[in-house]
Write a protein that binds this ligand. Structure first.
Ligand code: T1G
Length: 653
């Protein structure tokens, strides 16, 4: 109890209830009891004409306490909000920070909502496989209509205060003095006698929302989320239109209870806390304060280098991209300009924003330009000799305290660090392509990397909006090492009797966005072909595809053929090649079912994950889950590979 409080002050007949439970005022059972007691005090005090609910700290209530979800502990949030509506006195929720989930629902129990200009509201429950469980779908539909309610609760995205005001979800905005302004606003409305009824008593939206439109929106929401969770939101919104308020609330609660009891919610709750734990690794507990990073240099303007440069420019960093030759530099800078221009054309970025980001990226062929950088990221050719030569060069130029990072996706970071005189300032920052889009960032801790260097790059990762996971050094670190294991039996599966379309269909049915064959065609079969040759390894089937120029989508053919450039079509040539190689290997082909495909790909992947944990390359099984859902598209509803293995994998696997 000591770490939370609910204060109550009085100001000229207006009570100010202040919730204070760091870090985000999450509505735990204990907090709900304290709030209920204060509401009872307000209801019984005739000297109180109105109530402002505010929060201390960095944000208004950011939701129910996710740890407690699914537990029945009275007062339930739904009941607390009903009590708030019935205290018989007008109220204002004064919103700052992010009023999310149960926090925004609490505000909907008030007569009014006020917000500071940079506040946000949201109903992110769908990202946990849930739906709002305390009236959020019903009251939002009453205030803003069905389509707005479905969009807000179906995407789970935050809405800025101005947009919320335009939708009727917020009544008044303040540039400053939120609480004082809210007290004055309420006092004026009371004096004018201009007090609307509680949201639950207001008329439902008049317009008849088109069922077809809601259905179309729902399908699109599910497609984008790669989940059926938005369907529950749509049902609750539909009920808000068709049923009485009370009946709609009963139905919302029924839908919520079912969702909160589901394995999908438990998997997504696991990931919620796993992602936060991964960003706070044990290494940085006693670390010195993070260093300042504002100027960043990227070495290499290829696909990865330009993507990394954009990731930093998107987050307000100044970036200099260094290439050795003018032509390569111009290609990279053009790739950056073209990418932003496409975003403007698509309408996802304003011209002004795009120009601002382009303006933050400069190009050079001069090594000396690197000397001012706080952080230098090498994104050059995936070859140890090249990288060691680059690191020796930048070690001589970089200023003291600069952090030197390699974007290698496989190679030994310790060997690279040893090519410098500052190994404690060297580590790996493994971005995933496209680096300006993919959230995962494997932070590869070298044997000599200083804890404060880890703490510094974690702070940078947060500013980039990346999901960092600190991993140790081994071939392929966590993600790519397990990817190799997952694909280790792919060729043999195909020779045994599956075809590429069977394998990819099994993966899609499992929940992957696409299967390994299509993924390899997309990335280019020549990448792993080059890797195998460098390691002196042979994989007959893909080697033969590459030898026949079937390098993937970019070559118009790989495992599949691509007539119109993108859609994979099974190719008789590949089928014949598989038959031929099977015969050469004396393999009698047979039917290979979906379960066998999953067993023989996911089984080796999990075994490799266990070895990674035993070796300490990953600190936690949940870190491996975070790598896979954020870097490789492992279905979030299954919690990540290690969680899936423990909670979903059937015994036959
Ligand atoms: N419950 C419990 N802990 C929470 C929490 C929550 N709702 N939100 C954050 N935390 C913890 C988090 O684990 C971390 O802990 C610390 O707060 C800082 O979080 C009935 C059922 C608010 C945007 O889904 O989106 O309401 O690691 O690192 O980056 O209908 O936290 O420090 O020990 O993320 O500044 C709905 C979830 C719940 C919002 C802040 N609400 N939170 O981001 O900090 S379900 C949510 C967030 C619900 C009702 C339903 C973010 C944030 P630790 P952080 P941040």
């Amino acid at each position: 109890m000591a770490d939370m409080s609910v204060g109550l002050e009085r100001s000229n007949g207006i009570a100010i209830l202040t919730i204070d439970r760091p870090p985000v005022n999450a509505l735990s059972h204990e907090l709900r009891k304290l709030i209920a007691a204060r509401l009872d005090e307000v209801a019984r005090d005739d000297a109180i004409a109105g109530l402002v609910i505010a929060c201390a700290g960095r944000t208004f209530v950011a939701g129910a306490d996710i740890e407690e979800l699914g537990l029945v502990r009275h007062p339930m949030l739904r009941d607390l909000i009903d009590t708030l509506e019935r205290i018989g006195k007008p109220s204002v929720a004064a919103i700052h920070g992010t009023a999310l989930g149960g926090g925004f629902e609490l505000s909907l129990g008030c007569t009014f909502r006020s917000a500071i200009a940079d506040a946000k509201i949201g109903l992110p429950e769908v990202k946990l496989g849930l739906l709002p469980g305390a009236g959020g779908t019903v009251r939002t539909t009453y205030l803003a209509g069905a389509e707005a309610a479905l969009k807000l609760a179906g995407t789970g995205d935050m809405l800025d205060a101005t947009s919320a005001r335009d939708l009727g979800l917020v009544d008044v905005l303040f540039d400053s003095d939120l609480v004082a302004g809210s007290v004055r606003f309420l006092a004026d409305r009371i004096a004018a006698g201009n007090i609307p009824s509680p949201v639950s008593s207001r008329a439902r939206p008049a317009e008849r929302t088109d069922d077809g439109q809601l259905a179309k929106m729902t399908a699109e929401l599910c497609r984008k989320a790669r989940s059926s969770a938005p369907e529950q939101v749509a049902k609750a919104v539909r009920n808000a239109i068709d049923l009485s308020f009370d009946d709609a609330m009963i139905e919302e609660r029924r839908l919520f209870d079912a969702a909160a009891a589901s394995p999908r919610f438990r998997a997504l709750r696991h990931l919620f806390f796993a992602e936060r734990a991964a960003a706070k690794p044990v290494e940085t507990v006693d670390a010195a304060p993070p260093r300042t990073v504002q100027s960043v240099a990227v070495i290499g303007a290829g696909t990865m280098g330009s993507g990394i440069a954009m990731a930093f420019a998107n987050s307000g960093f100044d970036v200099v991209v260094r290439e050795t030759g003018d032509a390569a530099l111009e290609r990279g800078m053009k790739r950056i300009r073209d990418t932003y221009d496409r975003s403007v054309t698509r309408g996802s970025l304003s011209r002004e924003d795009a120009d601002g980001r382009i303006g933050r990226v400069s190009g050079t062929t001069e090594a000396e330009a690197l000397s001012a950088a706080d952080l230098i990221i090498e994104a050059a050719f995936e070859d140890m000799a090249v990288k060691k030569q680059i690191f020796a060069e930048i070690d001589a130029i970089a200023k003291p305290g600069a952090i030197l990072a390699t974007n290698t996706s496989y190679l030994d970071v310790n060997e690279i660090a040893r090519s410098t005189r500052r190994p404690s300032d060297v580590l790996g920052l493994h971005f995933f392509s496209p680096a300006n889009v993919m959230r995962l960032l494997e932070v590869v801790r070298g044997a000599d990397t200083a804890p404060e260097v880890i703490a510094t790059v974690l702070k940078v990762a947060r500013r980039l909006g990346k999901q960092p996971v600190v991993v140790g050094v081994c071939h392929g670190f966590v993600g790519n090492r397990m990817l190799q294991a997952r694909n280790s039996q792919l060729s043999r599966l195909l020779l045994d009797g599956a075809d590429p379309a069977d394998v990819d269909a099994a993966f899609r049915n499992f929940g992957w966005p696409m299967g390994p064959c299509q993924m390899q065609d997309l990335a280019g079969l020549d990448i792993s072909w080059r890797n195998r040759k460098a390691l002196g390894k042979v994989d007959l089937l893909p080697d033969r595809l590459c030898e026949n120029g079937r390098l993937g989508q970019k070559a118009g053919k790989g495992w599949y053929r691509y007539e119109n450039g993108r859609d994979p079509k099974p190719d008789a040539e590949v089928a014949a090649l598989i038959e031929e190689l099977a015969a050469e290997s004396g393999i009698a082909r047979r039917t290979v079912g979906e379960q066998e495909i999953i067993d023989r790909t996911h089984g080796p992947m999990i075994d490799e994950g266990r070895r990674i944990l035993e070796e300490g390359v990953a600190a936690r099984a949940s870190d491996i889950d975070v790598v896979w859902v954020n870097g490789y598209g492992f279905p979030r509803d299954l919690g990540g590979p290690m969680y899936w293995d423990e909670h979903f994998r059937t015994s036959s696997q």
